[in-house]
Design a protein around this ligand. Structure first.
Ligand code: SF4
Ligand code: MSK
Length: 629
């Protein structure tokens, strides 16, 4: 296998060559060394749930020792993936809610969006009249924290979905109750000797994933906006070319804005800037990777260093003083790569300690002081940089990012419909979809996956969609790919988009691919879908919308795909999940769910074919949409 063909990013290819010269092993080497992967694992047909196993299903051994068949084994594995993803997003949200409880006028964390908080508080039945905004914030934090373990009732957000959708959820019993409860129920039901019925296991998977999308992730996104600001359009740059040869380079990697917001502030501290100069640097250059890159670029225009597959390569530049990480999607391999250069690999969360890293705990209670200390460590490290080993590849692309739902509505309203609609509703977007100028809206989300060439499926599918007048909204590492490959430039509309979409983009002054945030922010996609459906008085499944995860890899992505389907949006995957061993699981996920929730999964590992399927399905949805709206 030619390593260079495993990524289409030219910066990555240059750094892979350098890594080889420097004797540094990367994910791409490990992928080659691993040769073929385990067929049982790929198909989901291996069970390790109890100590009698592992049990592997073959034609000669069609049942595990307890008698579980392949459908039960695949179903249990799938449900546990959904629970893992839901736990990751929601535990992130729990910390954000705890941070909300710490907000104060004098403290590190403040309320930036008072109106948004009041609106949310009212929606949650919190008395707001005559109350101090921080008292409201603390009450809202309490309500949010109860969503994790409340004994009765269902998610507080469900009522915002279209009435028809709510009925479907009720009928199927997939309304999430408390977040922790759904995760615990899946772990219980998938214990040896519990649920052994594939239909039920998938139903449980839907409900747990709903707790991710319609509970945990929504809390995470809404509270982050209230505390750190709702994203607005920002100019930025993306790819490893954003590193600076003469500055202290700090890369933030992970997911928590409570850490990154403080680090960003700390890099502006005059004393630390002076210290950087003392060390011989011209200043401090901060950039982000993976979803934290998305969070800080959406709110501050901070540059995106790269995506999931570029984390080791960033260190191979030899120009990074510190890689500061918190939780999720962090390669343990970073400690070994950092050892080959002067880079300090700094872990900050008790939840994600990594052997070989420098552990500097970040506590929200002492946030700014902790951040100052961490940044100081990076700045002091500049003197250790070996200039002879530095190679910063040149490529980077400009991008306009920061399209929260509010920002999209504002942008459309400002230009298209200022006379008719002064309220700031979704009407202008509905109008352009209805007229057919834009054929539909597709969310392209998710990670990079070493089973396919990095960035190839993301960029191919996005280009095909916009060429066919489909507006693309994107989150996570898909968004980083779009930014790196120039699809978030406003000029990309003219270059790549069909006539209808290009006209709208020009009129409204937006790029054809809109950056909506981190993987947690897929909850924004649910907000847009619900807003459109409520506006036209339809169900979400009636709308020309789709979700795609062309290069997904994480359990979080499985949970996202599952809640997007449960919400009535067809979801397309570019990598097969480990369910192929059970014909029944495939039948349900890729077929029967359509009858239950009005949407299902489609898998195709050829990006052109996948894009063609999406476009054809969007056109089919349009026929229905045009008939009833
Ligand atoms: Fe084997 Fe059943 Fe135990 Fe799984 S739960 S490892 S199938 S005996
Ligand atoms: S970081 S979950 S690789 S999108 Fe959210 Fe990127 Fe996927 Fe991690």
């Amino acid at each position: 296998m030619d390593k260079k063909l495993m990524t289409i990013d030219l910066n990555s290819r240059i750094l892979l060559e350098k890594a080889e010269k420097d004797g540094v092993e990367t994910m791409y080497d490990r992928k080659i060394a691993m040769k073929s992967q385990c067929g049982f694992g790929l198909q989901g047909g291996c069970c390790r749930i109890c100590g009698m196993g592992p049990c592997r299903i073959t034609p000669k051994t069609p049942r595990g020792l307890c008698g579980a068949d392949v459908h039960t084994i695949v179903g249990r594995n799938f449900a546990r993936m959904c629970a893992g993803g839901t736990a990751a997003h929601s535990d992130h949200a729990r910390d954000i809610a705890h941070t909300m409880a710490l907000t104060s006028r004098e403290g590190n964390y403040k309320i930036r969006e008072e109106e948004k908080l009041i609106e949310l508080a009212k929606d949650w039945g919190i008395e707001t009249e005559g109350k101090d905004i921080y008292d409201i914030a603390h009450e809202a934090a309490d309500v949010a924290l109860m969503e994790f373990g409340k004994p009765y009732g269902t998610s507080i957000f469900l009522k915002n979905a279209p009435a028809k959708r709510q009925e479907i959820w009720k009928k199927l019993d997939i309304e999430p109750r408390a977040i922790d409860r759904e995760i615990a129920t899946v772990m219980h039901s998938t214990h040896i000797g519990c649920c052994a019925d594939i239909d039920s296991l998938i139903n449980l998977s839907l409900r747990t994933s709903m707790a991710d999308g319609w509970q945990g992730s929504m809390i995470g996104t809404k509270f982050s906006d209230i505390m750190f600001g709702t994203p607005t359009p920002q100019q930025t740059e993306a790819n490893l070319g954003v590193l600076e040869a003469n500055q202290v380079n700090i890369i933030l990697h992970g997911h928590e804005p409570s850490l990154s917001e403080m680090i960003v502030l700390a890099t502006e501290d005059p004393e630390l800037v002076a210290l950087a100069k003392e060390m011989g640097a011209e200043g401090i250059n901060i950039s982000g990777m993976c979803c934290i890159g998305n969070e800080i670029t959406m709110r501050h225009g901070i540059k995106i260093a790269g995506d999931f597959h570029q984390q080791e390569l960033a260190l191979v530049t030899g120009a990074v003083e510190a890689m500061i990480v918190d939780v999720q999607c962090i390669f343990p391999a970073l400690s070994r790569v950092a050892d080959c250069y002067h880079t300090k690999f700094i872990t900050t969360s008790k939840k994600a300690k990594i052997t070989g890293s420098i552990y500097m705990e970040f506590k929200e209670e002492n946030a700014y002081q902790d951040a100052l200390q961490i940044v100081r460590e990076a700045v002091l490290n500049f003197k250790n940089r070996d200039k002879s080993r530095v190679l910063i590849p040149e490529l980077k692309s400009s991008a306009t990012v920061g399209y929260s739902v509010d920002a999209i509505i504002k942008q459309l309203d400002r230009v298209v419909n200022v006379e008719i609609d002064k309220q700031g509703t979704i009407k202008p977007l509905v109008d352009v979809i209805k007229s057919g100028t834009i054929r539909g809206v597709v969310g392209v989300v998710g990670c990079n996956n070493a089973r396919v060439a990095s960035n190839l499926a993301h960029t191919t599918i996005m280009k095909e969609l916009i060429k066919n007048d489909i507006l693309v909204i994107t989150t996570g590492c898909g968004a980083s790919a779009a930014a790196k490959f120039g699809l978030m430039k406003k000029s990309a509309a003219k270059k790549y988009a069909g006539k209808g979409l290009a006209t709208v983009c020009e009129l409204v002054d937006i790029p054809p691919v809109l950056h909506m945030g981190s993987c947690v922010d897929c909850s924004r996609i649910l907000d847009v879908a619900s807003a459109i459906a409520n506006f036209v008085d339809m169900d979400i499944s009636d709308l020309p919308l789709a979700g795609v995860a062309p290069e997904w890899m994480s359990e979080k992505a499985v949970a996202i795909g599952t809640y997007i389907v449960a919400s009535g949006i067809d979801t397309y995957l570019g990598v097969m999940p480990p369910v192929g061993g059970s014909s029944r699981a495939v039948e349900i996920l890729c077929g029967e769910l359509e009858d239950q929730v009005g949407a299902s999964f489609t898998v195709n590992e050829n990006p052109e074919e996948l894009a063609a399927l999406i476009i054809a399905d969007i056109e089919k949805k349009r026929v229905h949409f045009e008939k009833i709206y």
